[in-house]
Design a protein around this ligand. Structure first.
Ligand SMILES: *[C@@H]1O[C@H](CO)[C@@H](O)[C@H](O)[C@H]1NC(C)=O
Ligand SMILES: *[C@@H]1O[C@H](CO)[C@@H](O)[C@H](O)[C@H]1NC(C)=O
Length: 392
């Protein structure tokens, strides 16, 4: 009975259940203390780590909301096909040559591969010996390559490689990232970060300092000029159809800028589109008045916090260096905008990560990415982006 339990003599040995409770208590105290000590040691180690993260310019970023596209296909993997499975490893960029009916794609094993669009047959074309990223088709069948480790290369129609440039103002490129060519023959290209190479790109984003540059290369003078410096991870570039401006991305700033190469505004830079739904990568023009901007990772609340507080990024850098960073990327895909930067549509999927390029070729969207061993292809007639159902 309850009464007799309570009145047991004070000196009697504790009942088994009381022992259990006490053991649990000292256990949980021990656990608690060791957890606290572990956390303190970890914080001390992080503090002692020399990685120095800087604040991002928050004024333009944090306060503005992300703008949504009027039409979406949020499940692009549904109904999509795999092109060149097992043969196209990490196809980062894709460029279409309508004359030959082929696409060129840049793979992680150094190969630039050629895929016939009509029957999806894959052929090895040229191996750069580096990591080819951005590609651009020249006007005489040549292909220009931004190779992360080799700089800017020209590959002739018969597959001869010529190295064009790998430094500007005495600073070697850290990660040559994307390239485009004007009819004049002048190349415009980005170095994402002169400080970090491709294997360490995540530290550039965690550090939060602008080590990126936009540059030009004139083949007639062999001169490389810096067009803009202090860019935040300068990524994809693309030419406007009138050749009057180029657009280029600043990945962690979630925006693309416009650099005018002709007309009244020649030489000036403004923001082409900001408040993107995530981190932009390569940009492709489709010949029909639309730019297709790859979104490598969706914007998240966690990233907002990390961007705001350098200490969080220092912590993430520490995790990346010594442990394993949690993978949170999702809803990667492509956003489609018109020539003025107005949002038209967005294609994405919760299962997609690290989408680096999206190209529309006739009826299909071709999606390149860093981690899959194939290109994803979606029939846009069959699986279009649609407006959300009216809520009235
Ligand atoms: C596909 O295109 C290539 C190059 O244009 C051509 O050689 C080939 O015969 C075509 N194949 C089919 C099945 O149409
Ligand atoms: C794409 O889908 C449409 C609609 O289902 C179909 O008519 C067309 O043949 C498809 N295109 C290709 C190239 O498969």
């Amino acid at each position: 009975m309850a009464e007799s339990t309570r009145s047991s003599p004070p000196n009697s040995p504790p009942t088994p259940s009381a022992t259990a409770i006490q053991t649990t208590r000292s256990w949980s105290l021990g656990l608690f203390l060791s957890a606290v000590i572990t956390i303190l040691i970890a914080l001390l180690l992080v503090q002692l780590d020399t990685f120095d993260a800087a604040p991002y310019p928050s004024d333009e970023l944090a306060k503005k909301p992300i703008l949504l596209a009027p039409r979406t296909n949020p499940r692009v993997l549904h109904g999509s096909e795999k092109i060149g499975e097992g043969q196209l490893l990490g196809p980062e960029d894709i460029v279409y040559d309508p004359k030959l009916g082929v696409i060129y794609t840049s793979c992680v094993d150094g190969w630039i591969k050629r895929v016939t669009v009509n029957d999806s047959v894959v052929k090895d074309w040229v191996n750069t010996g580096g990591r080819p990223l951005g590609l651009a088709l020249g006007y005489s069948g040549e292909v220009y390559v931004a190779d992360a480790f080799k700089g800017i290369l020209k590959i002739t129609e018969d597959g001869e490689i010529e190295a064009l440039t790998e430094e500007a103002d005495g600073v070697k490129f850290g990660t040559a990232d994307a390239v485009v060519v004007a009819k004049s023959g002048v190349l415009y290209f980005t170095d994402a970060s002169w400080k970090y190479d491709l294997h360490n790109f995540v530290f550039d984003v965690f550090e939060g300092r602008p080590y990126g540059r936009l540059m030009s290369y004139d083949p007639s003078t062999r001169q490389t000029k810096v067009v803009a410096h202090d860019l935040y991870y300068a990524n994809g570039v693309e030419m406007s159809p009138e050749q009057d401006f180029i657009i280029f991305c600043e990945t962690p700033m979630m925006r693309c800028n416009r650099y005018y190469i002709q007309g009244e505004k020649k030489g000036s830079i403004d923001v082409f589109i900001d408040r993107l739904p995530g981190m932009p990568d390569n940009i492709r023009y489709d010949g029909e008045g639309r730019f297709w901007i790859a979104i490598a990772a969706e914007h998240t609340y966690e990233w907002d916090l990390a961007r705001k507080y350098p200490y969080i990024r220092k912590l993430l850098a520490f995790l990346e260096k010594y442990l394993k960073r949690p993978s949170v990327e999702k809803n990667s895909g492509v956003i489609v905008v018109d020539l003025d930067g107005n949002r038209m549509a967005r294609y994405y999927d919760p299962e997609l990560k690290f989408v680096t390029t999206g190209v529309k070729i006739r009826e299909h969207l071709y999606i390149g990415n860093l981690i899959k061993p194939f290109i994803i292809r979606l029939n846009l007639t069959q699986y279009p982006a649609t407006a959300p159902p009216s809520t009235e």
